[in-house]
Design a protein around this ligand. Sequence first.
Ligand code: CA
Ligand code: CA
Length: 183
Amino acid sequence: MIGKRGKNSLKNTAGGFTLLEILLSLAIFAVALPILSSLFSGGMKQPAIAREQAKAVFLAQELMEEVLTQKWDENATPPGHTNNPSVIGTDSGETASVRSSLDDIDDYDGLVDNPMHSADGATLTTFQTFWSQVQVNYVGSDASSPDFETFLAKNAGSEFKRVDVTVNWAEGRLTLTSVRGNF
Ligand SMILES: [Ca+2]
Ligand SMILES: [Ca+2]
């Protein structure tokens, strides 16, 4: 009788789990679950952040293209050079908020677009969480200019304009920079 009970007890231990093993497994699971869930939610966030960044890059590129397709200066005859570059900013009869009135790249300086609009003035309704800013300066005129700008400015006077297009959204911002010469 005793021998039989002992045999059954041994069989149960070998074939299944003891209470201690089950409790230990539950404890490990309880510790692991928050870690796993945070890893999983982090993994889910990444594609959403990447999507927002991709949209911002697209919007910045579109706006940069719009700016750079304008003539270099109010006084330039497209697509040519001018010996008389003008002051940065909109010119007579132009209004920053009326995009169709802008005809040279520095007219966009100081533009803040929120919500953003396309070149033809239509509101970009699918991108309403984004807003943009544009800065245009003669290269080297900004005290915080990097060395290459100082070099260009020394060697070329006011022959280059720098365009910074910044797109902002709730979680971030990005800036595209282009330099365009007087030609
Ligand atoms: Ca103009
Ligand atoms: Ca201008």
